[in-house]
Ligand binder design. Sequence first.
Ligand code: DOR
Ligand code: ZN
Length: 346
Amino acid sequence: MTQTLTITRPDDWHLHLRDGAMLEGILPETTRDFGRAIVMPNLVPPVVTAKDAEAYRARIMAAIPEGADFTPLMTLYLTETTDADDVAAAYASGLISAVKLYPAGATTNSDSGVTNFDNVQGVLERMSEIDLPLCVHSEVTDPSVDIFDREAVFIDRVLDPVRRRVPELRVVMEHITTADGVAYVMSQDERLGATITTHHLIINRNDLLVGGIKPHYYCLPIAKREEHRLALVEAATSGDARFFLGTDSAPHSDPNKESACGCAGVFSATNTMSCLAHVFERAGALDKLEGFASLHGPAFYGLAPNVGKTTLTKQAKAVTFPDKIHTGAGDVTVFNPGFPLNWTTS
Ligand code: DOR
Ligand code: ZN
């Protein structure tokens, strides 16, 4: 018997769309299932000013497939020289929806990020005044901190002190990967939200490393122990409105992934909704999927849910998704959840 579930059209609250031929090649993978996406600004060079965001937005709009129902929600990349007036004007005009904080060196194209948080205090205070959310890549970059501990250490060393200094600022702890992240969010007020990726709900560090290294599972923050994955599934399926979907779908061409020094990023735009339906069904929480993928994110950002609907259908026979998306910037491997997928969207 086929099973169906109709939900409000989902959004993706953390997405990498890149630029040029890569953007053109991968954008249809997102516009198929998502009404909106918070678009990450870590291009080379990064999207720092309102002018940069306006130009990038125009390039994205030009690449949206004919007839697709999709709105990109732009972000600015916070640097130590970011101009608070430029940020405020960009928000007031409706151009941007958030500002992204990358600790310098934390991940792909984060060299222009923040080293000394005192230097961004003025911008954070201004953002708090105008109620513009800050999205945070929550990992320390201190080389002496083990890569598996970088999120937990960031909470104590950076995130909590920043929140104490600017308590009214709305903050999204991006792509949380640990039980520590879940516990921290739950200990705070509703001004702190968290996104959770598709892949961190499905893979742990054994999937990445046991039986040979799997470059397509390498991402940042890196996948953690199974107990942390279970904490993420519990948070995502709990119905708690502070947790919402941000796929962090991050395309890199296969040669850049399958390399002696491979890039971080999992590309999951193509099959995310199918993967999520599987995860939520397995957790006995299909009724919580709409909140996680379609309602909690807009509520946090102060937006209405999408008007459109998406129907998920479970079929007995496994669904096939393409293994790779062919783009003008090379092939991009689609996330392999490691189990058959039976849910499709329409
Ligand atoms: O795995 C990741 N890839 N994590 C990030 O934070 C950045 C992203 C990218 O841009 O490739
Ligand atoms: Zn990201």
